[in-house]
Design a protein around this ligand. Structure first.
Ligand code: CMC
Length: 426
């Protein structure tokens, strides 16, 4: 028998198994807790709850470590491409040359979006947020691409379609929002180059691809590709646990990512930096507000549920910010404000005591601005990057024989049994 934790309650002693992960993290397996004691657990925000076993991504928040399938994210950012990293996350190992070529061809072959979907876009009010549009368009894909006969084919083709079409749909939504003609994907361009071309090529001004920006986009998407059981990934797993189709589960993930405490923070950071700029560039009033318990304002792009050290993705993103701007020979005043804000916050007792460091979203918006991506598309960029992770996590849950319908319990605090009062007696 393995290690156990002993719980004594109501004169009864129960042994709860201790499970250990491959990096030594330990958890108490409470799956028999209610049956053996009548108790459930209560854990707001699931901050102490492991919801599954997973072999995809390893995070060590105390030491700022992030690895996909065991490979440090720093190495992937330096040597890999987004497509190779997507393959790694979904399939578990790095592809050989043949597998990678086949995967790229498959992505190219599936990159077109059904022409009828264009009319959906045209009917959205001009001010619609692209995340709302993307979430509903991804859900609509099921109507255009009905279920395939074999489960294997359904899984493989649906995953590829999603990876490929979400990118096309994102660029399409941008073009339509500008009232411009859509640019189709090209088979001679890589995944990232294709996206930039679909966004920025116009009939009057052909887009000149800049290899530096293509590389920056590759790194941006690699850094966002997975982050274990975060809010949107948990949404994908929970919604998927009802055995809904993958499009619907991913659509739920996109909706979850939209929030400013999660993926929406990249847009919120730029808005905050712009507010600081507009108010004359003074940092202190914003730091003061962030520390005020009675003010809901938070320093966007700071803090993380798991990282209690510098987010390793933010480190890479910050370096990339400088490199991209330097190569483009551009100066972004928001970068100066961001660096000043970081410097002040990291010396402030409140931020030090609460272990609040810049997260991935703090510098990412400045890179996206340099590419020409509009602010309201930032979270869409995060969503495209996170697709491989969502897909890999969904697939892992579906392959797990113990995966159950996700259905937490609660501690009821409402009224005790009360009789119904007829309307005219109230
Ligand atoms: N500004 C001011 N105070 C903060 C911040 C912040 N950015 N983040 C946390 N705190 C406070 C928090 O209120 C808490 O105070 P108290 O104990 O008095 O209630 C204390 O610091 C400790 O917070 P925590 O327990 O570490 O935070 P959490 O796990 O509840 O929340 C978070 C994590 C990411 C929601 C939060 O840090 C936040 O709201 N940050 C700003 C939004 C943001 O940048 N989100 C992107 C996260 S990274 C991308 C992603 O993966 O989604």
């Amino acid at each position: 028998m393995g290690e156990h934790v002993t719980l004594t309650y109501g004169g009864k002693t129960v042994e709860l198994p201790l499970v250990v992960g491959s990096e030594g993290e330990k958890a108490i397996d409470i799956s028999r807790l209610r049956r053996d004691t009548g108790l459930i657990t209560l854990d707001y925000g699931y901050a102490n709850t492991g919801s599954c076993y997973s072999a995809i991504t390893y995070m060590d928040g105390e030491n700022g470590i992030l690895r996909y399938r065991g490979i440090p994210v720093e190495e992937l950012a330096e040597h890999s491409t987004f497509i190779e990293t997507a393959y790694l996350l979904i399939n578990g190992t790095l592809p050989n040359r043949t597998q990678l070529n086949r995967f790229s061809v498959l992505l190219n072959d599936n990159s077109l979006v059904h022409e009828d979907m264009r009319s959906f876009y045209e009917k959205y009010p001009r001010a619609s947020h692209p995340m709302g549009i993307l979430s509903s368009m991804v859900n609509a894909l099921r109507s255009f691409y009905p279920e395939l006969q074999s489960v294997e084919e359904e899984i493989n083709i649906t995953m590829t379609r999603l990876l490929s079409k979400a990118r096309t749909m994102a660029a399409m939504s941008y073009k339509i929002s500008r009232g411009h003609k859509m640019v189709y994907p090209r088979s001679d361009l890589t995944y990232c180059a294709n996206f930039l071309n679909m966004m920025f090529d116009t009939p009057v001004k052909p887009y000149r691809l800049d290899s530096e920006l293509v590389e920056a986009l590759n790194v941006f998407w690699i850094l966002h590709a997975d982050h274990e059981q975060n809010c949107s990934t948990s949404a994908v797993r929970v919604v998927g646990s009802g055995r809904v189709n993958l499009y619907a589960a991913i659509s739920a993930g996109i909706a979850a990512l939209w929030g400013p405490l999660h993926g929406g923070a990249n847009q919120a950071v730029i808005e905050m930096l712009t507010d600081i700029q507009r108010s004359g560039g003074s940092i202190m009033p914003f730091i003061k507000r962030a520390k005020d318990k009675n003010d809901p304002f938070r320093l966007m792009g700071f803090g993380h549920r798991v990282y209690k050290a510098y987010d390793p993705r933010a480190k890479i993103m910050k370096e990339m910010c400088h490199r991209v701007l330097q190569n483009l020979k551009r100066h972004d005043p928001l970068l100066d404000i961001a660096m000043k804000l970081e410097e002040v916050a990291l010396q402030d007792a409140f931020f030090v005591e609460n272990n609040l460091y810049p997260n991935v979203d703090f510098y990412s918006g400045i890179v996206l601005r340099a590419m020409g991506i509009p602010t309201n598309m930032f979270t869409v960029m995060f969503a495209i990057g996170r697709l491989p992770g969502w897909i890999a996590q969904w697939k892992e849950s579906m392959d797990d024989p113990n995966w159950k319908l996700c259905r937490p319990r609660q501690i009821y605090t409402g009224p005790k049994k009360t009789d119904y009062v007829p309307l005219d007696e109230r």
